[in-house]
Design a protein around this ligand. Structure first.
Ligand SMILES: *[C@@H]1O[C@H](CO)[C@@H](O)[C@H](O)[C@H]1NC(C)=O
Ligand SMILES: *[C@@H]1O[C@H](CO)[C@@H](O)[C@H](O)[C@H]1NC(C)=O
Ligand SMILES: *[C@@H]1O[C@H](CO)[C@@H](O)[C@H](O)[C@H]1NC(C)=O
Ligand SMILES: *[C@@H]1O[C@H](CO)[C@@H](O)[C@H](O)[C@H]1NC(C)=O
Ligand SMILES: *[C@@H]1O[C@H](CO)[C@@H](O)[C@H](O)[C@H]1NC(C)=O
Ligand SMILES: *[C@@H]1O[C@H](CO)[C@@H](O)[C@H](O)[C@H]1NC(C)=O
Length: 375
């Protein structure tokens, strides 16, 4: 009898391992979805994973999170400040998915103002008209350096994705709000908002935008007369094989087949300035911020979670059902943003279920046989 129970236990463990691999956690808000379909102009693209990070609901009432942490001061030059909201932005859930940066960089000829990322510039703020909260990334100019902020997603093995950010940017001229994929300076696809630009101008670039000091005109697009970035809009990059496309509020803006990244990449958000020609030079004492209500990542992966050459996390395992995409979900045009809905179920999708049932049957038979033998 005990033998039988042990066998059942082993079978249970086996099935649990198959089902609860890391890939299911990568389909949040949509456990029934096996893959996701996205229309990127004429390309119908499919992705295996979906994440939705929603920063809107931290406050229960008005004015709870409207007070920002103090500005970094002239003596805080090493990025050693702590996050003001430890419970949320330094929790294990948070740290599993995001890394708040504290690196710095000295000034140089092209970047005359030194930069220092500080965790104190990353915090939850609240919109006092809607009462919704948001994640804030802040930058402030001090006499001898620029205090900046940067956030990295820990999933550094994205290989093709559609990334959406509900955000707005406010504050002084001389800052860059960046929302981008990054492997290295030669594999990077950007949305950049320059606070020195009119609020209706955007910068979309597949880096590098300069080679040996010369501009590479085909790398960048600077569309104008668009919805203003100082109000809430959804900014989107579609990173597909051989094509990058940018959207605002689901309206296609521009595409670029030049310099499309080819390496598995991470996702970075930042708010910075280095006094150079691109960012401009912020006046001492001034600040600017990017506020983010949510981030949505629909993606495929390649290699380890912590990126090429990485060790952590292992290659995302494929569960039984993933061999084909039995349940296809859409992320656009859904009732509730961030909650994909089933678009269609493939006719042969019972195959995976049958396989699982078959496995159960085998285990049951083996169990009964072993019980009989034991008796
Ligand atoms: C994502 O991966 C799936 C499964 O391998 C593949 O069918 C699909 O074409 C990939 N999508 C993109 C945009 O690369
Ligand atoms: C929001 O404000 C409340 C009340 O001050 C505080 O307890 C909470 O930690 C804040 N939440 C965040 C996410 O900052
Ligand atoms: C996060 O929490 C750890 C453990 O309490 C602490 O040592 C660290 O300073 C915190 N990090 C930040 C940036 O606040
Ligand atoms: C809302 O916040 C803005 C900016 O901080 C401030 O100027 C304004 O007075 C606030 N309004 C209310 C109703 O609190
Ligand atoms: C925000 O909260 C205030 C105070 O509770 C309330 O008067 C106001 O109607 C709320 N605004 C929205 C858009 O819910
Ligand atoms: C991406 O990185 C690889 C390896 O470093 C490099 O060969 C390639 O030129 C980079 N850029 C693109 C767009 O592929």
């Amino acid at each position: 009898m005990c033998y039988f129970l042990l066998l059942l236990l082993a079978a249970q463990t086996l099935l649990t391992t198959v089902r609860c691999d890391s890939s299911s956690a990568l389909r949040d808000n949509s456990p029934e979805c096996i893959c996701y379909t996205v229309d990127s102009e004429a390309d119908k693209s499919y992705f295996s994973y979906h994440r939705f990070y929603d920063f809107r609901k931290y406050a229960k009432s008005s004015n709870e999170n409207t007070t920002a942490p103090p500005l970094v001061d002239a003596n805080q030059r090493f990025g050693q400040e702590r996050i003001s909201d430890q419970a949320v932005l330094n929790s294990s859930n948070w740290n599993n998915d995001w890394g708040v940066q504290d690196w710095g960089k000295k000034s140089s000829a092209d970047a005359p103002v030194a930069m220092q990322n500080s965790p104190q510039n990353v915090y939850i703020g609240q919109d006092n008209t809607t009462n919704l909260t948001h994640l804030t990334l802040r930058t402030t100019r001090l006499p001898t350096f620029q205090s900046t902020s940067e956030l990295e997603n820990q999933q550094k093995n994205l290989l093709h994705a559609t990334l959406r950010f509900r955000a707005r940017v406010r504050g002084a001229s001389g800052a860059v709000a960046g929302l981008f994929t990054f492997y290295d300076d030669n594999n990077e696809s950007d949305i950049e908002i320059l606070t020195r630009d009119p609020p209706t101008t955007y910068r979309y670039t597949n880096q590098p935008a300069t080679k040996k000091g010369d501009d590479v005109p085909s790398a960048s697009k600077s569309p104008e007369n668009l919805p203003a970035w100082d109000e809430w809009h959804t900014h989107r990059i579609d990173w597909l094989p051989r094509m990058s496309r940018w959207y605002i509020d689901d309206k296609f803006i521009v595409q670029n087949s030049y310099g499309v990244p080819r390496k598995p990449s991470g996702l970075i958000l930042n708010m910075w300035s280095d006094g150079g020609v691109w960012s401009g030079d912020m006046k001492v004492g001034e600040s600017a911020e990017m506020q983010i209500q949510w981030v949505q990542v629909v993606f495929n992966t390649s290699g380890k979670r912590d990126g090429p050459g990485g060790k952590k996390g292992g290659k995302t395992k494929r569960s039984l059902q993933e061999k084909g995409c039995s349940t296809v979900c859409r992320v656009d045009g859904v009732e509730k943003e961030g909650f994909p809905e089933v678009a269609y179920v493939a006719p042969n999708s019972s195959g995976a279920v049958n396989a699982a049932m078959g496995l159960w049957a085998v285990i049951l038979v083996v169990g009964i046989v072993s019980m009989v033998v034991a008796l």
